[in-house]
Structures are given as C-alpha cells and as structure tokens.
Design a protein around this ligand. Structure first.
Ligand code: D5M
Ligand code: FE
Ligand code: ZN
Length: 500
C-alpha cells in the first residue's frame, strides 16, 4: 500500500498516524488485510499511531524490498545464514566488578602481566626489586654497573626537569624506579614525550653510579611486530561500518540517514552503489546509537526526543528497515543506556527486543569474528585522552589515535581521566588477539588507515555539529560510511551527504 491508501485506511478506522509510522508500514510493504488486522491489535485508547505501537505486532519485514525500478534486477547475493558472527571477547554476561580496591589490584595485575609478556617475548627483563637490592646490599661492581639491564613497568609518573630531561616512574609488582631520559637523546625524548600514564613499557639502560636511577637507552612498547600479517582467507562481500547515529538529537541527520537506508535496500540510481548494496554481508555499529538523556549538563535543550525509550523505539524502527540478509552487530557507546564504565555491558533485554532478529548485540569493547575476519569494536572514549596527551593525535585524523592504541596494545591506556574503567578480573580493553580490523567511533570524524597490516577505521557520525562541538572546534564529517571489500581487504567511503 502507498502512503495515501494507508492514511485513508487509518482514518477510516478512527485513528491518526505520524509520518515515521507511515514510513515503517511502507517499508514493511503492508497489505490491506494486514493493515486491517493491525487495527484490531492496537489498543483502542491509542489516538495517534506511532512506530513503537507497531513493533512486535507487524510480521518481520518481508524479504528483499528491492529497487522500485523494474528495469534493473536487484538481488542480494548473500543470505543471512551466509553471514555468521562469532563473539570472541565481550564482558557482557561476565561482569563481576563491584569496584572494590582488591579488584583494582587484580585488574591492573592482569593488565601488567599480559602486556609485559608481549614485551618479554622480545627482551629479557628483571624485576624492579632486584635493582633496589643492589643499592642497599652492596654497590654493583663497576663492570656490572655499566652493563645493560631491562625492566618492564607501568608508567606511573612523568615529568620534565628544568633541563628538559624527562623523568618517569616505572612500576612493576615488585617496586618502583625512576627512569631518566637524557635531553641529548633526541629520538628517545621524542618517544618518551608521547608516553601516557599507565601504559606498560620496557626500558633498557644502565643504572646511575649511585644505583638510584635507570638511565634509558631504549624504550619498548608492546606494539605489533613489523612483519605482522594476518592474511585474510577466502572471504567475499562487504562489511559496512557506522557509529554515532545519535537518534533523538536535534542534530540527527534524518534525511541523509534515510538515503543510507534506501541504499541498503537497493534503492539508488548509481550502478556502483547497487553493486555494493547487493553484496553487503555485515553492518557494524560502534555505539552512540541514540543521543540518550542526562549525558551532559543542559542536554534537554538539544533533544528532539526527550525520552530514552522513545529514542530506542525510533532507532529500532530504522533497523527494522534494513534488509534481513545483512547481519548487524551493535555495541554501545557513552550516549547509550548502559553502564558508563568500560568495559560496557551490552543493552538490556528490554531494548534488545525492540530490534529485528538479524542484530547481534555485543558490549564495548568486543572482538567478533565475521566469517573469520576478526574485528575489534570499540566506541573510542579514550580518543579524548589520546588527543589531549599525544602530539600529532587529532580529532580531524582519528586513525592517528588508533595507531597509538595498537602501539600500546590497549584501547584505553590511561586509567581514570576521560575513561571510567570498571575493574573486571580480566582487562577486556587489552588488544590481545591481533584483529584484522579495528573499528572505533566517538570522535565523529571519518578516517581509514593501515598500520602494520591492521585496518583502522573510524566511522564518523549521523549528527551534524552540535553547539558544544562548535565551542571546542570539533568539526564532524557526518553521513559517510567506510566499507571493506573482503575480496581484497581494500577500503572505501560512501558519502550520503546531498550533492552540492
Ligand atoms: O562525542 C562526540 C565528540 O565530542 C567527541 O570527540 C568527544 C567530544 N566531546 C563530547 N563531550 C565532550 C566534553 N564534555 N568535553 C570535551 N569534548 C567532548 P559524543 O560521545 O558523541 O558526545
Ligand atoms: Fe557520539
Ligand atoms: Zn561517544
């Protein structure tokens, strides 16, 4: 049925209907009999039919609602069953933290152990305690004094002296030691300047003559070996990456978003877009699917939809319009209705059941295998810390921050600044298994890069610049969708902004 027919029938039945609900019915290709049946199921006290009245009542969207033009035969190449998702790492269902002191000790122990192992596989290191003993027991013999030693620790302090030397405090489970980076060692200083608090590094150097300070000659981050290559098997088709939809915000770009939904459904003029749409297998969503409520002071003034469940109903109705053959994976972000501390547990049952069955919900972060392509999903709140603390990391080039994550093998290296961390038994923010693709959002700018054969993707946003972002000079690049062609592992970015 078309819009006029639907409106006529609705009014005959004594209801009114809003425009979102009409689009929803159209996207479900509702027939006259189905609509009549629907009227019987809607609570008679409802005055205006809205999308949320229809979710759960209507049958799942009909298979394939392809291009309206019958001159081009649009066909989806993959069935839903062809597009498996295996969740490899995710805190959801496994969270145990209540934030006690002991749990923080255990959490940081796990982080230190696993990151130091990565460094230990390349150098042999000794416990910090063993250096201290030398000081108190007896002075090192001069030969040993000048010999190189390596320690592995967490950076717990960092400062610059008047003479531009850098001093770090490095901490391992046995003790703490100061480390000096001499201002003459320009390469080393440059690297040390980029270190952030709480990251785990190895330092090779010699002890000062009085045995109190380690003089650094080399700094080692866990990183990924230069020779690393994951290979990518025999996959085909496309993965699309989006995030930061911010439904509910006055700045949500409804028109551009609907153009994107049209594209997914094979409704576009451009043959190249049609070809891609026909081969999409996965759509990955890295958080901030709604704008939420109470996320920052004064948010009410920026909201089009001031109720949280209403926001989820609307975003869910959009996901109902995505073809059922595409396997969708959704993780939460800092604007979503889940706990704020990371790792974030996935959405509640109540929210999940609003969405269609082709959605797999995961926590933030999560590592998923898409037909053996490993994708590390992380919303990206730590990017604010990385931009603030590392030279050259910028909002305009979000993959610069993602490179820093890989070097530290950690998605949120600094604890307690912009990122709140919940001390789980295991550190879920560690990049343990090396993924083929890392997908972040949060900063609202699109970026695609390759670092040591890992694809780094930031998927931008569907929200135009907010007044807040204007004050801090964040310039979003909305309505753009990065994708990966699995045949070649080459990337591209689709643009859904109006041409002009
Ligand atoms: O974040 C969208 C972008 O705006 C992201 O780059 C962080 C930035 N942002 C958001 N809130 C703040 C505050 N309070 N200070 C500084 N920068 C901020 P989103 O998660 O969508 O709000
Ligand atoms: Fe966001
Ligand atoms: Zn965010």
């Amino acid at each position: 049925m078309d819009e006029t027919n639907i409106l006529e029938k609705v009014s005959d039945a004594g209801f009114m209907i809003n425009s979102d609900a009409v689009s929803y019915l159209i996207s479900h290709q509702i027939s006259e009999t189905e609509l009549e049946k629907l009227f019987l199921e809607i609570d008679p006290s409802v005055f205006v039919i809205e999308t949320h009245h229809l979710i759960g009542i209507l049958p799942e969207q009909k298979e394939k609602s392809p291009s309206d033009s019958d001159s081009f035969e649009f066909k989806f190449l993959y069935e839903f069953e062809d597009n498996p998702v295996v969740v490899l790492e995710d805190v959801s269902n496994k969270a145990t933290s209540v934030g006690e002191y002991n749990q923080f000790v255990q959490y940081f122990r796990d982080r230190y152990t696993r990151l130091s192992e990565m460094i230990r596989s390349r150098v042999s290191a000794r416990p910090i305690e063993s250096l201290k003993k030398n000081k108190f027991v007896k002075p090192l013999p001069s030969k040993e004094r000048s010999s190189q030693i390596t320690i592995i620790g967490m950076v717990s302090e960092k400062s610059t002296t008047n003479n531009q030397h850098i001093v770090l405090a490095l901490e391992d489970p046995t003790g703490t030691i100061p480390v000096l980076i001499n201002n003459k060692e320009t390469d080393l200083v440059e690297m040390a300047e980029r270190l952030v608090l709480d990251e785990v590094i190895g330092v090779t150097g010699t002890m000062s003559p009085d045995g109190t300070i380690l003089m650094a000659e080399r700094i080692i981050q866990p990183d990924v070996p230069n020779s690393y290559s994951a290979g990518h098997g025999k996959a085909q088709g496309y993965i699309l990456f989006i995030s930061d939809i911010h439904v509910g915000s006055k700045e949500f770009m409804k028109h551009e978003w609907e153009t994107f939904l049209d594209f997914l459904n094979g409704r576009s003029e451009n043959p190249q877009l049609l070809q891609i749409a026909s081969e999409i297998r996965y759509l990955i969503v890295a958080g901030d699917i709604v704008d939420g409520i109470g996320i920052y002071p004064g948010q009410e003034a920026d909201l089009e939809i001031p109720e949280i469940y209403k926001q989820y109903e609307v975003v869910a109705s959009y996901f109902h319009q995505i073809p059922k053959n595409i396997h969708i994976v959704i993780a939460p972000g800092n604007h979503d209705a889940v706990r704020r501390a990371e790792p974030q547990i996935t959405f509640s049952e109540e929210i999940q059941k609003m969405f269609p069955k082709n959605v797999t919900f995961v926590g933030n972060p999560a590592l998923v295998s898409l037909d053996n392509i490993y994708v590390q999903i992380y919303h990206g709140c730590s990017m604010d810390d990385l931009v603030a603390n590392i030279k050259g990391v910028s909002y305009q080039s979000p993959t610069t921050g993602m490179v820093e994550m890989v070097k530290r093998r950690h998605l949120a290296p600094t604890y307690g600044s912009r990122v709140m961390i919940s001390p789980e038994k295991k550190d879920y923010l560690l990049i343990d298994k090396i993924p083929h693709i890392i997908h972040c959002g949060h900063v609202h700018t699109v970026g695609v890069a390759v670092y040591k054969n890992i694809l780094l993707i930031n998927s931008g946003t569907w929200q135009s610049q907010t007044s807040f972002q204007k004050t801090v000079n964040i310039v979003p690049t909305p309505a753009k969708v990065p994708f990966v062609d699995l045949r070649t592992m080459k990337t591209g970015v689709l643009n859904f902004n109006d041409p002009n």
